[in-house]
Design a protein around this ligand. Structure first.
Ligand SMILES: *Cc1c(COP(=O)(O)O)cnc(C)c1O
Length: 371
């Protein structure tokens, strides 16, 4: 079986360095809020091109706490509207509702799977305060247009970069376009910890400072609490693991791009629609291919056929957020493009656990699919 993902295999490549770093932290006797976190925050900020990176417990908290920080700073209040793509992973929307803010679901472009800037414009009301674009599957949303719209309407921009560490457009990386950005280092992400972790990147010193308090009980100084904060910290062991894996992130991305380029140039089957970049083909170079997502109106048959030929695939995602039981009040909304995407998408295996023999087999099997 060619597995969709094999974290054991991926982390095996860095095993010796990970063990050495882990041993260093164990022997240091210092496990929360120390040198390892500081080093990783600096290196990750430098990688993204931002002034600040603030480590938190996970990607959902990165988004929740950024919106929360803007509330504390007087930039947002309960009931304000936040524009978000309708086809995102539910975490982007949970971050909005967790803060008593109102998600305004906007349809994506069918070919890039990313939020459609024209529809953002149509969704803006006097209550809109934030655009929350998601760089889905590893490709940046149309940030030049989104930043222009935000500027025109005086809106904040919070990027959800959980799937797009290192993705670029016009030489600027994910996490460095908006006013702030949330990252996840969930083990299966392109930059994955060996447990839960996340970060916010920003060039805003005031926001960075507020986030550092919020993640630590609302406190900068022990036993002095400025605001009612939470406990959402990135611990020393995970920071040390991430700092090692960050060194190899570009190499991992290169491997993903090689696989994606093979899929794009060699999969030819009228039942399988390949992911497209609307802007131009050279933009493929900027995509980090967290997921390689095709569309097909024969999904059930194709998924079963691939499994029968030893190829594991997954669906990202089978149910759109507005059809989830968690959001009953949205269940009657009609979002036909998102619904079509959720009915048709299928993710092929991609990542450094695959060799080129695996990839060629996947291509051949895909090309022989008929129904
Ligand atoms: C993974 C993910 C998150 C949440 O990250 P966690 O670390 O699992 O909390 C948020 N948004 C998107 C788009 C994601 O893919």
């Amino acid at each position: 079986m060619i597995p969709f993902l094999d974290l054991k295999n991926i982390n095996q490549q860095y095993r010796n360095e990970l063990i050495m770093a882990c041993t260093r932290v164990i022997d240091s006797g210092w496990y929360i809020g120390g040198k390892e976190l500081e080093t990783f925050e600096q290196n990750f900020a430098r990688y993204c091109g931002t002034q600040f990176a603030i480590g938190v417990a996970n990607g959902l908290d990165a988004l929740i706490l950024t919106l929360r920080a803007w509330k504390e700073l007087g930039k947002l209040q309960d009931g304000d509207e936040i524009i978000v793509p309708a086809n995102t992973y539910i975490a982007s929307i949970l971050a909005i509702t967790a803060n008593n803010l109102t998600p305004i679901l906007v349809e994506p472009d069918l070919t890039t799977y990313n939020i459609d800037p024209i529809k953002i414009q149509q969704a803006i009301t006097p209550k809109t305060r934030v655009i929350l674009p998601v760089h889905l599957y590893g490709q940046l949303a149309d940030m030049p247009k989104i930043m222009e719209i935000a500027k025109q309407h005086n809106l904040l921009v919070l990027e959800d970069s959980a799937q797009s560490h290192g993705a670029q457009l016009q030489g600027k990386k994910a996490g460095n376009w908006g006013d702030a950005s949330g990252f996840s280092f969930y083990p299966g992400k392109n930059l994955g910890a060996l447990g839960d972790a996340g970060a916010v990147t920003t060039n805003d010193a005031e926001l960075a400072n507020m986030l550092k308090a919020l993640r630590n009980y609302g406190s900068h100084e022990k036993y002095k609490n400025l605001i009612p904060g939470v406990n959402s910290r990135l611990d020393e062991i995970q920071a040390a693991m991430l700092d090692i894996k960050l060194k190899y992130l570009d190499q991992e991305i290169t491997h993903r791009r090689q696989i994606a380029n093979l899929y794009l140039s060699k999969i030819r089957n009228s039942y399988i629609k390949l992911p497209l970049d609307k802007i131009n083909a050279s933009e493929y170079k900027q995509h980090v291919w967290h997921l390689f997502v095709v569309r097909t109106d024969q999904r059930e048959a194709l998924q079963k056929y691939l499994a029968d030929h030893g190829i594991q695939t997954l669906i990202h995602y089978p149910i759109p957020p507005h059809k989830q039981q968690a959001y009953k009040e949205m269940n009657s909304m009609s979002l036909p493009i998102s619904e079509q995407i959720h009915n048709e998408v299928l993710s092929l295996p991609i990542g450094s656990h695959l060799n080129f023999e695996d990839v060629n087999l996947i291509i051949q099997v895909c090309n022989e699919f008929k129904n």
